[in-house]
Design a protein around this ligand. Structure first.
Ligand code: F6P
Length: 768
């Protein structure tokens, strides 16, 4: 325990200890160097002094040596006494015999003999420092020369230099003392500065985050955070907490009002209420809801595959209004008036479709090029490299203007609320608002919004963001995409951000950013077959595809590399490998609608899938059974419904998907509550449909086990899970989605006169 405590204290003081060590080592080295330097100076000083003394003494020595031998010692004796720190002199004859010396020199006799020997050998002076048992001694021996430069003797001067060592010691003690003081002061300074600059603000930040999490505190983040980035991250965190809490409140309110399911009649009444008289509701998207295609020389209507049409057609059918879209069908012109208008659905006119005609170059550059080879892979993390070409961008911008002209022409001088859809028309909000600031414009992004690092590679990122920020309301499926979007704007556009209310102000115009998870309506409203007719259709489809005696799993997708279809096929193969009992008893039917086939990657993807399905079938099939039925065609609603009805499992394995309405369509198709949904964790729908079997499509082993789990699931569990999911989709159907979006968009009008960013979240009531 005590050891632990010691280590704990050591840990908390580690910065101080580190600084102390560094300061101690550095000042220690400096002090050592300084002391050595001063010691050398002292020795040089002694040396100088010894030379001076020897020089001084050499004249009387020379004179004494010249006297008769018995007088020399006597004369020198009196001369060699009495210099401070001088131990003494000694004088030697040229043959090395001592002539005279001071008393105290006698103890060095041996050393002196050797030094004098060296002088005689070299005929030059010798300086040595010798250490006796008592103290260090500086010895200088210099030859004495006659006038004729003949050596006549040697003078030796001996100095006690113990004081040099004493001074070294004193200085070291002195330095050590000051090193301690300086280290202490620096450590105190560093620790206090760290505490003031980091520890204290971080402690406050932690307390504030705790309050935010637990107490719904509305106070601003603590000031004094040293790093701007941290500060802005803390703002975002606060915003996310608030958004999460408000989503939580929304959910609980939704529970209370569960009986208030939105219907198309309720939506119609609400929209009239919300928009007022004489206000047009306009939807703009690239994809049209009804397409005329030539088939054997005759035109037939098809409803294009894709979530956008599935979701929005019921909204306009309920509310009436206008849908502006690209007329992409090869028989579209013949089935519209000269302005491209027609009423739809055919035979049951509920709203007007205004088709826009694009040249082949425009379609190639704007739709296939910039939208689907650039923005589509950019927004989806499906490992497909986006392609950005300047010519595509020019067509993209030009076509957005083209759409704007048509919308403005349709609005005329009247009032309108315009709902722009998806990544094809990012510039439209700004173009519309610059001509008609009075109309309400919302844009809903049907695909994910990537993080800023991913988005920044787009060469026209700022233009796209500014285009979108022309809208009064910007909608995404998930809160996470809203966060990513705001983060992207924060880094790439000079705009004022309000993370508290998820709003951006650019050039005096405010856009709100909100999540609206899109949804579907019930199958019953689509007039698909039911009862005996449905049974007949199902048994016919089973017969055609040899599905009479097998358990059926189904997948329904536009053929797109984001949908994770190869991963799905591989998981089925692995499932059959791991669980051979299911051979002959399980078939997976993949309904695949060809899509964007002018893009090579899409054509290759179809070929890749066909080859993979063949390979797997070849490996496992028997005379009467195939594990995979890959049906590549445009399948109409009734066919999709029939397959969903007969399948006890539906597999959605998107690698990345904004929402994925197939998952929700399967749930609403399960009137008997019996099916099992396998759903990718990377599809937006997984946030709401947590009772599905959630998979990571890249994890084949786990995916295969999930298929086994779904195939073997007990009826009770199947029902419980499906009932919960059905309740969620029923309560949050497409009518509620539209009501929420339109209500929020209309509410921006009431705040139009306000300058700056909206002040309260409650200004934008949600429908429940
Ligand atoms: O979920 C909606 C969506 O994926 C749209 O983003 C897209 O426009 C549509 O489905 C289908 O794609 P396309 O219009 O290219 O056929």
């Amino acid at each position: 325990m005590a050891v632990n405590k010691f280590f704990k204290i050591l840990k908390s003081l580690r910065l101080g200890i580190l600084v102390a060590c560094i300061v101690g080592i550095v000042t220690g080295i400096l002090a050592w160097y300084q002391v050595q330097r001063e010691r050398e100076i002292d020795l040089e000083d002694i040396n100088r002094r010894a030379h001076a003394l020897v020089y001084q003494i050499s004249f009387p020595v020379r004179e004494a040596i010249a006297r008769p031998e018995n007088e020399t010692a006597k004369v020198l004796g009196s001369r060699l006494e009495g210099y401070g720190r001088l131990i003494g002199f000694a004088v030697y004859q040229p043959d090395g015999t001592l002539i005279a010396s001071a008393q105290s020199v006698s103890e060095f006799a041996e050393i002196l003999n050797s030094i004098v020997g060296k002088v005689l050998d070299t005929r030059s002076e010798v300086m040595e420092i010798v250490r006796t048992h008592s103290s260090p001694v500086h010895i200088l021996a210099v030859p004495v020369l006659s006038d004729g430069e003949v050596p006549i003797g040697t003078v030796v001067a001996l100095h006690d230099i113990s004081y040099v060592d004493e001074r070294v010691m004193n200085r070291l003690i002195h330095f050590a003392f000051w090193t301690l003081i300086v280290t202490f002061l620096i450590v105190t300074l560093v620790i206090s500065a760290t505490w003031l600059a980091y520890d204290r603000p971080l402690r406050h930040l932690a307390q504030w985050m705790r309050r935010l999490r637990l107490e719904n505190a509305g106070d601003a983040p603590p000031s004094g955070l040293p790093i701007a980035l941290l500060k802005s991250e803390s703002d975002r965190l606060a915003a996310s907490f608030r958004a999460a809490r408000s989503a939580g409140r929304t959910k609980s309110r939704a529970k209370v009002h569960a009986e208030r399911v939105w219907t198309r009649n309720r939506l119609r009444a609400h929209v009239i209420d919300c928009l007022g008289e004489n206000c047009q509701l306009i939807i703009v998207s690239n994809r049209e809801p009804y397409m005329h295609q030539l088939n054997g020389g005759r035109s037939r209507i098809i409803i294009p595959a894709g979530g956008l049409v599935t979701a929005l057609d019921p909204v306009l059918k309920a509310c009436g209004g206008l849908w502006v879209a690209h007329g992409a069908g090869d028989a579209d012109r013949e089935n519209a008036d000269t302005s491209g208008r027609l009423t739809v659905p055919p035979g049951d006119s509920r709203y007007t479709l205004r088709r826009i005609w694009l040249s082949r170059e425009e379609e190639q550059g704007y739709y296939y090029g910039f939208s689907n080879e650039g923005l589509w892979p950019l927004c989806h993390q499906a490992h497909e490299r986006p392609m950005f070409r300047a010519s595509d961008w020019n067509y993209y911008a030009q076509t957005n203007h083209h759409f704007a002209d048509a919308v403005l022409e349709e609005i005329g001088p009247g009032k309108a609320v315009v709902l722009v859809h998806d990544y094809h028309l990012a510039l439209l909000p700004e173009i519309l608002k610059s001509s008609r600031p009075d109309i309400r414009v919302g844009i809903f992004w049907h695909v994910p919004w990537p993080n800023p690092e991913a988005f920044r590679i787009c060469p026209w990122r700022a233009e796209i963001l500014r285009g979108m920020l022309g809208a009064d309301l910007i909608g995404f499926h998930l809160q996470q995409y809203c966060n990513n979007f705001l983060d992207t704007v924060d880094r790439m556009v000079e705009a004022r951000l309000d993370w508290d209310h998820f709003a951006v102000e650019l050039k005096g115009h405010t856009s709100l950013i909100r999540p609206y998870p899109i949804s579907v309506r019930s199958w019953a409203e689509r007039h698909v077959a039911s009862g005996g007719d449905l049974d007949l259709q199902i048994s016919e489809l089973k017969r055609q595809n040899k599905l009479e005696v097998v358990q059926i799993a189904v997948g329904v997708d536009r053929i797109d590399y984001t949908k994770g279809m190869p991963e799905r096929f591989r998981a089925i193969a692995r499932f059959l490998e791991k669980y051979p009992d299911h051979h002959g008893k399980f078939t997976f039917v993949q309904l695949g609608a060809p899509s964007r086939t002018h893009i090579r990657r899409y054509r290759e993807h179809i070929a890749e899938l066909e080859a993979l399905a063949d390979e797997i079938n070849w490996k496992f099939q028997s005379a009467e059974w195939k594990p995979i039925r890959f049906l590549v065609a445009h399948h109409d609603g009734p066919t999709v419904y029939a397959f969903m009805q007969m399948a006890s499992i539906c597999i959605v394995s998107s690698l990345h998907d904004g929402m994925n309405l197939v998952a929700k369509e399967y749930v609403v198709a399960q009137e008997s509550g019996d099916g099992v949904l396998i759903l990718s964790e990377f599809a937006g729908a997984a946030r709401e449909l947590s009772d599905a079997i959630i998979i990571n499509p890249y994890d084949t082993e786990h995916f295969a086990d999930a298929i086994y789990h779904a195939a073997e699931m007990e009826a009770g569990e199947r029902k419980t899970r499906m009932e919960r999911m059905r309740r969620i989709v029923d309560e949050n159907n497409i009518y509620r989605w539209a009501a929420n979006f339109i209500t929020d968009l209309a509410a921006t009008q009431t705040l139009e006169t306000k300058t700056g960013i909206m002040s309260t979240e409650n200004s934008f009531p949600k429908m429940h």
